[in-house]
Design a protein around this ligand. Structure first.
Ligand code: ATP
Length: 191
């Protein structure tokens, strides 16, 4: 099984890659779903703050690899390629590496661009001020997301239009698919 580990800072544009994967018929498993369900179990409601609290609790109570291990339990066994959305630390990368071959895809946009887009997205829990945005960035960086981005096999710089990033995501995913076919005895078209 090939696991496409999708990472990127808040608001970088990971959902564009998810959309491209779904459009291509590739299964997507979200690490956030594990946290969402556990939050509901513990608190009866889901809010972004409670999700952050729950993910810290899960790491503290069960270890830094817990959310990754729970995500692995949910992988569709019959799929050759699965996209895993929301990888945040090297421990998680190492955990997924024990479950299959991995390809890291990172989406990057500058803090200025991400802040602007998150203000516009305005989902519950999205930052309303630069202070909130910086605090959230610091928290993500403290989990070690910077190291995951540094190890990316593919990087999408999402500073242009949505369509550009979407096209790039499709190109990268197609490459992963054709490489996988090459490795399983099918015809390989590229590196
Ligand atoms: N190239 C782009 N042009 C315009 N808007 C964009 C572009 N890329 C992303 N956006 C918008 O920016 C916001 C953040 O993108 P998205 O939700 O994909 O980020 P994310 O990486 O999934 O963030 P999070 O980790 O916070 O869930 C969304 O509202 C999205 O529609």
């Amino acid at each position: 099984m090939i696991l496409v580990l999708l990472t990127g800072m808040p608001g970088a544009g990971k959902s564009i890659v998810v959309k491209a994967a779904e459009e291509m018929g590739l299964p997507v498993v979200s690490m956030g779903d594990v946290v969402r369900e556990e939050t509901l179990k513990r608190y009866g409601i889901i809010t972004p703050d409670l999700m952050l609290k729950t993910s810290s609790e899960l790491r503290r109570e069960h270890g830094d690899d817990y959310i990754a291990l729970k995500t692995i339990e949910r992988l569709p066994r019959k799929s050759g390629i699965v996209v895993v959305d929301g990888v945040r630390s090297l421990v998680e990368v190492e955990t997924f590496r024990r479950a299959g071959d991995t390809v890291i895809v990172a989406v990057h946009a500058s803090p200025k661009t991400r802040f602007k887009r998150l203000l516009k997205r305005n989902r519950p829990g999205d930052p309303k001020s630069i202070e909130e945005f910086n605090a959230r960035d610091s928290l993500e960086l403290s989990f070690g997301i910077g190291s995951v981005i540094a190890l990316a096999d593919y990087l999408i710089v999402n500073e242009g239009s949505f369509e550009e990033a979407y096209k790039e995501a499709k190109k990268i995913l197609s490459k992963v698919v054709s490489n996988a076919k090459g490795n399983s005895g099918g015809r390989s078209t590229s590196d």
